[in-house]
Ligand binder design. Structure first.
Ligand SMILES: Cc1cc2nc3c(=O)[nH]c(=O)nc-3n(C[C@H](O)[C@H](O)[C@H](O)COP(=O)(O)O)c2cc1C
Length: 601
């Protein structure tokens, strides 16, 4: 009798156990292809649209003053925020904190079309879904009028909800190694908000948004002459404890928050080089610790033993539910969040003393727009005119703004790159359409010149890598291919016309597999943070020269890689971006962000 030919069995996918393989699996599975988008519901479940405003029911809300632009602290001219030492630093008080949040995470407008109204914020967000939540840990500071503790920022009310009361000693202990006047700033993500619309790809978008929010917060701090650095030596469980996201009782039966990152923010010295505005005894404390003048280093971590004590403090409020029902739960998002969870801590320290003034400060002209004006007017263009071109000088200045100058000590790097404790991992593949003086075609900006050879070896060996005439010497900017790339840019950007109608668009190519294998799976979200931070710089740069930008999260991953024949997973495009002359949508009305709140500033 003939032996039976075995039946067909569906191959069983083995889920890798190594966290790095798990994040790579997520990345590959959530690529968009020409013939297949990453998995999502496929329609919008409007009945269960997530509430964009998280509140903690039972926590008291402390309103921040709504400050008109001409009320103190008044924002400096836009260019001044890029000049180290050019902005006088007010003390941390309720007014400066209000400005900080206004520019970091507040509403910046309501839009109205017919009967519908929707809010927009200082930070952009994929699909305007705003998964990012902000927190601060405040010490006792004279003139601040807030009890020491953890506060959640409520953007609709522009207020702080008291989540936990920490004793002054506990916070002092926590912050004792930071400069006087320091407070902590933390970000979390509600993955569900993005997953509701974008399904499995949502973890990427949440992390782009974290990067944008790191950018808006760093830039907000810069308008106040404050410094900010990411405390990325902290392991993630410590962030969860400190921000209360692991308190199951407070998040029972509601959408959880994923703890992303912590940063320390502190008032810098003013232009005269004097330490400024903190409570009197902090100067003494600073001296004891050697912070003011003699202290030379700050840690990029917190003492987990001190953080542990916050669990014993008095906590307030229960998180509100954001959607009635969740049609589909995307397990792969929990899976990648788990795989990229940072379990290690690094006890890294950075030098405090080194930061210098900009070597050749640009003259400040008071008639220029203020940083506040640029931040308030920032919007994503919904379409571009297909005509506006920019000068090569403007283009090169934008490229210079995104150079982190990572060969310098961290606090000597140009704002906002002084927030970022790593060498750059993101480089730009640029589609130049309308830049006067540059031949249309494909270009490349290597944000870390040390990586140039590695970049070149990871791509098509036939690309020309020609230096660009007129390009400033300090820009590692090269011409790869000549030609009209408008249609190609549109095609790979999920057929979005903005990618071709702009002056230029680009893909952010991340050093991918090598960075993950070397650093660990927790590097995966950080690659997106860096790309979001870069995007935030250019959103404002575009506004400052009278044009506009739009981030692009929807693109066909591998077709982008094929343009330059990227080898394997050496580089992956994580985020696309467009800058050009916007076309306003005349049907939309713009309303003021807090018009209905009658509160004095
Ligand atoms: C990570 C990210 C991805 C985005 N992707 C797209 C996109 O693919 N297409 C698009 O037209 N807009 C995109 N946007 C723009 C958002 O739709 C916009 O930020 C949001 O509607 C809020 O508007 P605002 O930026 O004017 O505040 C993206 C924004 C971000 C931050």
């Amino acid at each position: 009798m003939a032996t039976e030919i075995p039946l067909y069995h569906e191959p069983v996918e083995t889920v890798p156990t190594d966290p790095i393989d798990r994040v790579i699996r997520y990345h590959v599975q959530t690529k968009h292809h020409f013939n297949r988008y990453a998995r999502a519901l496929g329609y919008l479940d409007w009945a269960n649209q997530p509430d964009p405003f998280r509140r903690f029911v039972g926590a008291s809300l402390i309103s921040l003053p709504l400050l008109p632009p001409d009320k103190e602290p008044v924002s400096p001219v836009y260019d001044a925020i890029y000049q180290s030492g050019a902005v006088a630093s007010p003390p941390v008080n309720v007014r400066s904190l209000s400005r900080f949040f206004e520019f970091a995470l507040a509403l910046s407008a309501w839009k109205k079309a017919g009967e519908s109204e929707w809010p927009l914020r200082s930070n952009p967000s994929s699909g305007n879904l705003h998964p990012t939540e902000g927190y601060v840990v405040m010490p006792e500071i004279e003139g601040l009028d807030l009890n020491p503790g953890l506060y959640h920022y409520a953007s609709k009310e522009h207020g702080l909800e008291l989540r936990a009361e920490f004793s002054a000693e506990l916070v002092d202990h926590l912050l004792s190694l930071f400069p006087p006047g320091s407070f902590l700033f933390g970000l979390t993500s509600v993955h569900w908000r993005e997953a509701w619309k974008y399904g499995e790809r949502a973890f990427r978008y949440c992390n782009h948004d974290v990067g944008h929010a790191i950018g808006t917060a760093r830039i907000a701090a810069a308008t106040l002459g404050w410094k900010m650095v990411l405390l990325d030596g902290v392991e993630q469980h410590t962030i969860a404890l400190l921000l209360g996201t692991s308190r199951m009782d407070d998040f029972q039966d509601v959408e959880s928050e994923h703890p992303d990152c912590l940063a320390v923010v502190w008032p810098s010295r003013d232009v005269r080089g004097e330490g400024l505005g903190v409570r009197g005894d902090e100067k003494v404390r600073g001296k004891e610790l050697g912070v003011s003048g003699s202290r030379e280093e700050i840690p990029l971590f917190l003492d987990p033993n001190v953080v542990k004590d916050v669990a014993e403090c008095t906590w307030h409020g229960k998180a509100n539910r954001l959607s009635g029902e969740h049609g589909v739960h995307w397990d792969i998002i929990d899976e990648v969040a788990d795989a990229s969870w940072k379990t290690q801590s690094q006890r890294s320290i950075i030098s405090l003393q080194t930061y210098q003034k900009t070597p050749h400060p640009l003259p400040l002209t008071p008639h220029e727009p203020s940083a506040g004006q640029i931040i308030r007017q920032r919007r994503s263009a919904v379409s571009f005119d297909g005509k506006t071109s920019i000068s090569s000088a403007t283009f090169f200045r934008m490229m210079q703004r995104v150079m982190p100058r990572a060969d310098r000590p961290q606090l000597d790097r140009p704002m906002p790159w002084d927030v970022w404790p790593y060498d750059p991992a993101i480089h730009l593949l640029i589609f130049v359409h309308r830049v006067d003086g540059l031949t249309p075609g494909l270009y490349f900006l290597a944000r870390d010149p040390k990586k140039l050879v590695f970049i070149q070896q990871s791509m098509n060996p036939e690309l020309s890598w020609t230096p660009v005439p007129g390009c400033p010497e300090d820009l590692p900017f090269y011409w790869l291919l000549e030609g009209d790339a408008k249609k190609l840019a549109v095609q790979v950007s999920c057929h979005q016309d903005i990618a071709g109608d702009c002056a230029f668009s680009f893909g952010m190519l991340a050093e991918f597999e090598g960075r993950l294998r070397e650093g660990g799976a927790w590097w995966y979200p950080r690659l997106f943070w860096e790309s979001g931070l870069l995007g935030q710089v250019l959103y404002l740069e575009a506004e400052a020269v009278g044009i506009r930008a739009t981030g692009i999260g929807c693109f066909f991953d591998d077709p982008v890689h094929e343009i330059v024949a990227v080898k394997g997973l050496s580089f992956q495009s994580l985020y696309h971006f467009t800058i050009g002359g916007p076309v306003e949508d005349g049907r939309l009305m713009t309303l003021s962000p807090y018009g209905r709140l009658k509160r004095e500033g």
